[in-house]
Design a protein around this ligand. Sequence first.
Ligand code: URA
Ligand code: CA
Length: 435
Amino acid sequence: MRMYDIIQKKRNGNELTKEEIDFFVNGYTDGTIPDYQVSALLMAIYFQKMNKRETADLTMAMVNSGDILDLNAIEGIKVDKHSTGGVGDTTTMVLGPLVASLGIPVAKMSGRGLGHTGGTIDKLESFPGFSMDLSKDKFIENVNKHKIALAAQTGNLAPADKKLYALRDVTATVDNVSLIASSIMSKKIAAGADAIVLDVKVGEGAFMKDIESARYLAKEMVEIGKNVGRKTVAIISDMDEPLGYGIGNALEVKEAIDTLKGNGPKDLEELCLTLGSYMVVLAGKANTVDEAKELLIKNIENGKALDKFKEFVEAQGGDSLLIDNPEKLLDAKYIIPVVSKKEGYINKIHAEKVGLIAMELGAGRATKEATIDLSVGIVLHKKKGDYVRSGDILAEIYSNDKLKGDKAVEDLLNNYEIQQGENVSKTLIYDVITE
Ligand code: URA
Ligand code: CA
């Protein structure tokens, strides 16, 4: 088999066999096929697309390129959740303890990654002492005992995806549905999930800018799940404005705590309850999503969800007293208000730009080596659809650097669109895609 022929076949719009897909994935992973040939193939895939069978085969080729986490020693059905990424998305930190409080095993491997804010791992490091360096045995023991554990990704999960994603990033071939779907699903499958709930974001702050592309991506991933024996559900949710109010690491920890207490932002709470309900149903703990939702609401109201968060933080060495006093997490030197100069309805908050402003404040990493500042970020006070007057506070900037803070105030002001006249309508959950 020759890589040249595979490139030519796809360039001409033909379907690749499983053997051809395995050949290029394995060859790229072990370094026998060079970047330039894989780049050409990716561009051919970008234009000619892959069908569902090719996409499922690509997914499994990437899964099989490295270790597959064996979580059979964990009792129960392990349901993983994945978000395609947005701005100020605090759902993982809420869903973990919330779902675990119903006795459902949450075995999460997380990475640090790049982005507007840190990953879940970074955020939880807001708790002094918290450690993600669990051995595999300890990880499994913790999940069996506490129903929840979070470990920094160990082992060599889907290394082909790692290499391919990096190459796509520099060859303008990221935004192809088959490539995105297989990339995401390969990581979830390699991480040992029995069932998967996907949060596919749509809007300005997401990969998928319109509902039709989001639905297409969602269907593709649900189909992969079906083809490889993992029950998968995808929720299509709004990312036209940031989720919740907080964007930043400690700020989102505080927001997660508020939500677990039942005092969180309504959009974040609703999304968590929706994603959580499907997780509960897939885990076999409820027959319907309505029944599942009631169970989740009950555990927020009776305090079990918050207690589970404390138990989890303590089990991994963190100081859980901060959960009772989350304000103590917020120790940025400057808190600068962003004041509206206009009157009217907010019809847009440019989500992606807001994410970048948080990153410039130090909340996220632009490069893998960058360090992040857990205490900085943005708290939105007004969101889409709110009516504001001149002089009202739209948001607050949390910064440890006065100049950066002042610049963020200006930038954020420029990314609120305020108009006279009609209010805009907004939707949080657009669709649910099941098998
Ligand atoms: N997230 C991933 O993990 N892979 C993609 O290709 C896109 C988003
Ligand atoms: Ca948030």
